[in-house]
Design a protein around this ligand. Structure first.
Ligand code: SF4
Ligand code: SF4
Length: 225
């Protein structure tokens, strides 16, 4: 770790190009790192992303730490080694960053939370009303901040069961029945580091998606058909 002599800030700034006014020094720890970028002069770390929700918009902010490393030979060498290591691992990435077709193990045992916008999107997609989607497909449990209104139902009361919208008879044949309208939680789900993957599935086999999910309509006497 480098120690900055606070009595020689101007000299340090001149030599390194880094701002060192005491009020600009941010001594808080880096937490929840979102992105690390390395160019030929700087390492930039984006962290602590925060979403502030307003009535009709979200404001996303993050903090940033930039280190100008190119005048530190030991650091340059270390960065070179990291880049080389990353290059070697890049060969494995196509296998690691994509789900094997038809897996969808995460659509069981995982309960995607839904916001009002998610419910409305699913309702529009299925040709139902907001209330119908809430009643038929959502376990209503508003979050403390009021943003989420509940989570998607399973086909039974067992939380490890399949999502009500999951189609396909077995692993390797699964697909999401409301894919274009799926909740934000599902869109955000990353396969990187996923431990639920069904490793028996071939990654390069052809996979044909079947019919989309169709809601059960109620007849006039209230029965489903
Ligand atoms: S690999 Fe993981 S993230 Fe991808 S579908 Fe399977 S369980 Fe879900
Ligand atoms: S909505 Fe689709 S992607 Fe999300 S859990 Fe259900 S089946 Fe999976």
């Amino acid at each position: 770790m480098e120690t900055i002599d606070l009595t020689a800030l101007k000299k340090y700034t001149r030599e390194t190009g880094q701002a060192t006014h005491p009020e600009l020094l941010d001594a808080r720890p880096l937490e929840h790192v979102n992105k690390i970028e390395i160019d030929e002069e700087h390492i930039t770390i984006e962290f602590d992303e925060k979403t502030t929700r307003y009535y009709n918009a979200n404001e996303i902010t993050h903090r940033e730490w930039v280190y100008k490393y190119n005048d530190d030979p030991a650091f340059v060498a270390a960065v070179g080694r990291v880049i080389e290591l990353a290059r070697r691992h890049l060969k494995d990435l196509p296998e690691n960053v994509a789900c094997p077709p038809g897996c969808a193990e995460c659509c069981s045992g995982y309960e995607p939370f839904v916001s009002k916008a998610d419910v409305q999107r699913i309702a529009d997609h299925l040709g139902l009303t907001y209330g119908e989607v809430m009643r038929e497909y959502v376990v209503a449990r508003p979050s403390a901040d009021g943003y989420h209104v509940g989570w998607l139902r399973k086909i039974s009361d067992d939380i490890a069961d399949r999502c009500i919208f999951l189609m396909g008879p077995r692993s390797g044949r699964h697909y999401c029945g409301i894919y274009p309208a799926r909740p934000h939680d599902c869109r955000d789900f990353s396969p990187i580091g996923c431990e639920d993957v069904d490793t028996s599935l071939p990654r390069r086999s052809a996979f044909k998606i079947g019919a989309a999910f169709q809601p059960k309509r109620r007849s006039r006497n209230g029965r489903r058909r």
